[in-house]
Design a binder for this molecule. Structure first.
Ligand code: PMP
Ligand code: GLN
Length: 379
């Protein structure tokens, strides 16, 4: 049969987690917490089931949850979306991204993707006949270069995808960078797809600047978010997107024929849980503590940390240890040393010379200690 994605390979996240399991390795590869989501949230889902919320929810999500999300965005970023027209609750951010790309990318359209990039963007573009136009973020700090984006824009550019805070680098776009993007897109019809799934995980002086906070971005932006990252329940696959009414209307057409709606009882639970902001407002501090603990534990190792301002990932440079390509080295680390990470080149197939691996520190302190003990032994 002719394949629509002939070169597609199984996601590295599944591959590495499977390998970690087979070798009983400490798993810092796939991004998910190895600690529990709040019992109260689990109780709320169970309660919603017992209360009979077990049939289809409205396509865009239940009103109570939409209102909570809209209020939260307004409080944090000063932009009020319309809860009836400008939001959809989705099956994780992955579905939100797929809906946005499917709704707007036509065959032959170009979509600018900043590399390294999360691995679902390019296949989604290709499935819709679009052409991913790849652009490297600059240097080892993965900085935004607005001039280079400008050079990639053509009459066929339909969309630009950004991700801040950035997986895998932990880079966070500054206010100035968002303003530069605003100026760049001002006189274009380009849709901005802004992946903000790590919005609450920022460290030190860094702040998350959402595209929603910039009028000339928000008017063209589809912003995707994920409850999995924020509430330690990636397996629940709940997220949402917000966008101006005329964009959301198109997203609804795809949503309707794709899944129609998402898990109803979980929406009930989040509608209630989001009324207390303490959890997500504290999340940066919570993960910063883990990042700092992890970095402190490995400070005398041969791995060198690439500074991270956000997300629950830490890039480690291993060039002092070996010149092996990252895919080979990460496999060897699982087999010989019992520790699993993600080779950064999978986010970035054109650039395989960065000797960097990504480690997820959304782990219990005990797991981080076990991981550090192994990393400290690798010379
Ligand atoms: N975007 C990025 C940058 C991610 O890291 C992830 C999570 N792996 C997603 C999107 C998908 O989020 P979700 O699990 O909610 O589908
Ligand atoms: N986003 C997660 C990561 O970067 C993995 C998501 C997935 O497994 N599809 O590790």
């Amino acid at each position: 049969i002719s394949s629509k994605l002939p070169k597609h390979e199984t996601s590295i996240f599944s591959v590495m987690s499977k390998m970690a399991f087979e070798h009983d390795a400490v798993n810092l590869s796939q991004g998910y917490p190895n600690f529990e989501t709040d019992q109260k949230l689990k109780d709320l889902v169970a309660q919603a089931m017992n209360d009979g919320y077990n049939q289809y929810a409205p396509l865009a999500g239940i009103k109570q949850l939409r209102e909570q999300i809209i209020d939260k965005i307004e409080k944090l970023h000063g932009k009020r979306y319309d809860e009836n027209k400008e939001i959809t609750v989705t099956n994780g951010a992955t579905q939100a991204l797929f809906l946005a790309i499917t709704a707007f990318v036509n065959p032959g359209d170009e979509v600018i993707v900043l590399k390294p990039a999360y691995d679902s963007y390019e296949p989604a573009i290709k499935l819709n006949g679009g052409i991913p136009v790849l652009l490297q973020l600059e240097g080892k700090g993965y900085k935004l270069n607005i001039e280079e984006i400008k050079q990639k824009i053509t009459s066929k550019t339909r969309m630009l995808i950004i991700n801040t805070p950035h997986n895998p680098s932990g880079n966070v776009f500054s206010k100035e960078e968002m303003q530069q993007l605003e100026a760049l897109l001002e006189d274009t019809n380009i849709i901005l797809l802004s992946d903000e799934v790590y919005e609450h995980i920022v460290f030190d002086e860094a702040r998350h600047y959402s595209a929603s906070a910039f009028p000339n971005l928000s008017k063209r932006a589809i912003i995707c978010a994920s409850f999995g990252k924020t509430f330690h329940n990636t397996g629940w696959k709940m997220g949402y997107c917000v966008a101006p009414e005329e964009l959301m209307a198109e997203i609804w057409k795809v949503m309707e024929v794709n899944v129609f709606c998402v898990h109803h009882p979980t929406q009930r639970a989040f509608a209630e849980y989001l009324q207390s902001p303490e959890h997500y407002l504290d999340l940066g501090r919570f993960y910063q503590e883990k990042r700092d603990r992890f970095l402190d534990l490995i400070k005398d190792s041969a791995f060198k940390a690439v500074p991270s301002k956000g997300t629950y990932f830490q890039l480690l440079d291993y060039s002092e240890i070996t010149n092996e390509p990252d895919v080979d080295f990460s496999r060897r680390l699982i087999k010989e040393f019992g520790i699993a990470s993600i080779p950064v080149s999978v986010f970035n197939k054109d650039q395989i010379d960065h000797r960097q691996l990504r480690f997820c520190f959304a782990k219990t302190n005990q797991t981080l200690e076990k991981a550090a003990e192994i990393l400290n032994r690798i010379k």
